[in-house]
Design a protein around this ligand. Sequence first.
Ligand code: SF4
Length: 497
Amino acid sequence: MAVKPSGQEPFISKSKFLSGLQCHKLLWHAFNAKDLIPEPNAATAAIFQQGHEVGALAQQMFLDGVEIGGGIYDYDETSRLTQKALKLRKPLFEAAFVANGGFCRVDILQPAPQGAWDIIEVKTTTSLKDVQLENLGFQVWVLAMAGLKIRRCFLCHINPDFVRQGEINPKKFFVLEDVTDRAANLGQIVEDKLDDMFKTIRQRQPPDIKIGPHCDDPYPCALHDVCWKFLPKHSVLDLYRGTQKGFALFDQGITLLKHIPGDIKLTDNQAIQRATAVTGKPRINKQAISKFLGRLEYPLHFLDFETIGTAIPLFDGVRPYQQVPFQFSLHIVRAPGAKPQHVMFLAEGRHDPRPEFMLKLRDNIGHTGSIVAFNAAFELERLRECCEVMPNFSTWLKDIEGRVVDLLDPFRSFDYYHPDQQGSASMKAVLPALTGKGYEGLAIQEGGMASREFLRVTFGDVPEAERQQVRKHLEEYCGQDTEGMIWIVEALRKLAG
Ligand code: SF4
């Protein structure tokens, strides 16, 4: 059935269509209760910004390209400008089309022979995802309804094998994948789905849709906090590596971990979660904790890195999204009960931080004693990547690898598990549950924020006083991570007796 929006009804844009594919409740709110949808947070805003930067780089492949209605968001005006620009037969950026209730702006529209056009959708991912095909299918349908002849459609995503060397050549940075057959065949599906979406947005009340795995797939939903706020603490959705099982229990009306019946099959760690939810007390495997602590040799080096991983690499020898370390905190405890010594590195300036980072780390990590990191695989991988471009550090890395102890181990194995960890073995969950201390009061409270703030004050136009303030916050945050590890080891020692 053809889509027939009423006169007053808005068009469904590309982004709203994708919201509707994820959840009709989200779509309904986007049209009828927009004020209930929280503004994008800093992390989401940074993703949008990255998308703009990648899009601008892709446009550089089309030197005679024409931008349509930059900064104009009005449907009619951008569509009118597009109709005028189509006559130029040049690559068009952000061309706008409205037809049969659908509205879209095409990243790049490239002229093809015989009056046809190719659609190019630019993506910040390094591979093709299903949702991107649906997005393209929507555009093909809208453009076809608008009377355009489409020859081929492409997804322009980032080449995962790209390594920066000097100026970025967009033709090497991107991969153009021809997805014409898969996207163009979605026409009828798009039409049917759009029809359903119009029915939903015309309803007086939001559809009654339960929370589910779709709340985070393919994107974390903007209404997540609103829809999930009724959930009590210690719910079945906290099950460790048990998303599907948690939702299955939830659908049966079992909300709390402590109410999971004994005959439900759980993994060992999930069974520990249920048991601790019943008693409200932590699980402590003294023997295993003692064994873990026996691996620690003084002097203890508590180590943590902060990294940046941008879609467009900032430095030579870096791949898209590669995590480049810009900061470390190292607390050294030379003997039991000794006062920790603190060494920090925080990159200064816009150049590649890795050579100075590696030198300072090598000079301070010593030749003996354990190197303790939380989820040490992350730190080790960063060091290996640094050695790929600075092979002179390879022998040193080989020498220290055997000294590395992962403080995550006793928590990943649930040899210690506190119900307040809520199914997580991360440092942010473990530290307060085990020691009562946390990150409150710190201006920077998680790694993503540290990364964004470092980029902002290093590469952005930020007043000097603010830049120094943020650098102080970064030092406090990273320092708290390694000091927190000392507290965790102390707490484990007390538990092990
Ligand atoms: S949180 Fe889940 S149920 Fe609520 S609107 Fe989003 S996807 Fe739908």
